[in-house]
Design a protein around this ligand. Sequence first.
Ligand code: PMP
Length: 426
Amino acid sequence: MTQSETLFEQAQKYIPGGVNSPVRAFRGVGGTPLFFKHAEGAYLYDEDDRRYIDYIGSWGPMILGHGNQIIKDALHAQVDQGIGYGAPTAIETEMAKKVCELVPSIDLVRMVNSGTEATMSTVRLARGYTGRDKIVKFEGCYHGHVDSLLVKAGSGALTLGVPNSPGIPASLAEHTLTLAFNDIESVRETFAKMGDEIAAIIVEPVAGNMNCIPPVPGFLEALREVCDEHGTVLIFDEVMTGFRVSLGGAQGLYGVTPDLTALGKVIGGGLPVGAFGGKREIMEHISPLGPVYQAGTLSGNPLAMCAGLATLNAISEPGFHDRLTEKTNAVRDGLKEAADSTGVPLAVQSAGAMFGFFFTDAPKITRFDQVMACDVERFKKFFQGMLKEGVYLAPSAFEAGFTSAALSDDDIRQTTEAARRVMKTL
Ligand code: PMP
């Protein structure tokens, strides 16, 4: 038995499914999840002392790679000062100022502890601000485990949403309309019918929870347009894309400005952090300025703030995202090359430092139904093969891949060679 197998067995005695977040259990790919004990640069080291090139990066935060010295120094210094006070600190203002500078649509920003809290708060704020209950989301987008957002489409367009999980009241889910991502027509149709009842559209501007699907030209622009026409709040969930697809996130990359933005992952540098912010006029409705309640015992915690701020400062270096995007393109193209040379049909796509690959004959994937039609069995075999080769990809066919600045040309070459060997066996 490997150490990971032993540890997983023990974990299952005390933790539901042995994990603290479901995708870690490897249910989507089979086998035993790896337990890690160390990480440095582009690599993870498991409890059996095997090294892996990491394309998950703690699900996004580790954009600088693991064990970055600047972040470690900032954390050590803060630990000596105090771990938390539950009272205002100067570093919270420094962080807020930095976020407002990097994301110009944000006039005011509130720190929270996870992406889920961030999206949940944007939805409550949009409802409180507009006095409306209905929200629009898109099929295949994930916004954390918020009740109103764990909702799938009903039997057809314009039907009431139905809960995605037991425990979510149907009477709440029915306020959520779920439309097809990248389908401009269905958005226009819905707004023509009931636009004036809709508080918000929430969207992942690059979908990263159904693999990696960039917006088709005009999609984000159409969302902006219908929101302007109907007094609806446009929320970009940039928990994944923020500070990753460009320094200014997806809104910087595509030039479409939301009213509110949810942030997470990179903003915490690996510590539990999220944030939401946007137009002053809307954000002023948040307590204590306004009546929409939102709070947090550990929100703005100094350790989390200094890891996040150190990360944001480091990625603000000129050329950082250009270099990271180049690396990401090399990873993406390497996978495609490996597939082409072994006759495996594969579509690859990326946005900034996010990438995806699909086992499909289709040249490009833009819709959820196309994602669902991809060859998941093939993905599982590929995932397991790559794991044996020492390459740690997301253990699900529906997650985007993430790159970090620590990834070297040699790591990327090794990844491509491993992919070629594994694809030959598919
Ligand atoms: N929004 C998006 C786009 C996400 O990808 C995630 C998490 N993967 C969340 C929200 C929820 O963030 P958290 O897991 O930190 O609650």
